[in-house]
Design a binder for this molecule. Structure first.
Ligand SMILES: NC(=O)c1ccc[n+]([C@@H]2O[C@H](COP(=O)([O-])OP(=O)(O)OC[C@H]3O[C@@H](n4cnc5c(N)ncnc54)[C@H](OP(=O)(O)O)[C@@H]3O)[C@@H](O)[C@H]2O)c1
Length: 258
């Protein structure tokens, strides 16, 4: 537990499983009280019960679809009603999909944009004025190691280009708010063993190359515990060995067989 963080309050989106669940546990281990959000109530409550039992912190669950503005407003309101404050926002909810662009369902674009970009920006907008008023706050955005690749990896161009936009937004937000005492950190994970990657082909073909969530937990712990006058702007934690994060993506990489 960290004495400076004990009693602080964090919202974590996409907290029911995968990276979100792991980093919510990390925050709880530092003594931070939590408001956990995801769409499906059952898994969210199971995760909350597990965390509350293991760490001596308060855990609120708020079912929330980050693509819906009303749900985001409700998340912020419920968190303030219960705790009276929001010190940390961990924007993590995300979806992925792997398609050659010409075969990607048109509905996918809206879902990706609303979940992986707009959901993040809107939720920040809803908490930022309280943070500015207090002259303190920390925002962590789950970006992606795929943003390190130029061109972005084929068959993921909509997902990855939105993450590139999110990364640019996060960096800009830090520069805009740094004098207001607010930290903004982007985490760029490599290919991590979660349900999200389980749905992808190609990149998970060699399972031994996948990271566990542990490295991302360390990155979040680092971001939350650096001295007050320091802000880790970006932390990239990528796989030692994977075609996904090779310095130069071979652009002739084949499409997955469908
Ligand atoms: N895994 C990787 O290799 C990897 C690499 C780079 C970046 N990332 C990023 O890391 C983040 C977490 O990914 P993950 O691998 O942990 O995925 P995951 O295992 O599929 O978990 C996704 C979480 O987000 C929630 N979620 C999805 N859509 C949502 C929505 N519209 N509103 C609210 N919650 C929603 C899910 O719960 P519900 O379904 O119940 O809503 C779940 O809790 C994502 O932003 C992803 O892009 C992952």
């Amino acid at each position: 537990m960290s004495p400076e963080l004990k009693g602080k309050v964090a919202i974590v989106t996409g907290a029911s499983r995968g990276i979100g669940k792991a980093i919510a546990s990390t925050a709880a281990g530092l003594g931070i009280d939590l408001a956990l959000a995801a769409r499906q109530e059952g898994p969210l409550q199971e995760t909350a019960a597990e965390i509350a039992k293991k760490y001596n912190v308060e855990v609120l669950t708020v079912p929330c679809d980050v693509t819906k503005l009303q749900d985001l407003e409700n998340l912020v309101n419920k968190t303030k009603e219960k705790f009276g404050r929001i010190d940390i926002l961990i924007n993590n909810a995300g979806v992925s999909s792997q398609y050659p662009f010409e075969k990607q369902p048109i509905d996918d674009f809206e879902k990706l944009a609303h979940t992986n970009y707009l959901g993040y920006v809107r939720l920040i907008r809803l908490v930022i004025n309280d943070m500015i008023q207090k002259k303190s706050g920390a925002i962590i955005n789950m970006v992606s190691g795929s943003t390190l690749c130029d061109p972005v990896p084929r068959s993921f161009i909509v997902y990855s280009s939105l993450k590139v936009g999110l990364r640019a937004f996060s960096k800009g937000l830090f520069w805009e708010l740094r004098d207001q005492g607010i930290k903004v950190t982007s985490i760029l994970p490599g290919v991590t063993d979660t349900d999200l990657t389980g749905k992808l082909q190609e990149v998970t073909a060699d399972h031994s190359r996948l990271m566990t969530t542990e490295a991302i937990e360390s990155a979040v712990r680092f971001a939350l515990t650096v001295p007050a006058n320091v802000c880790p702007l970006e932390i990239a934690v990528i796989n030692q060995q994977t075609p996904w994060t090779a310095p130069v993506i071979p652009y002739k990489q084949d499409h997955p067989k469908s």
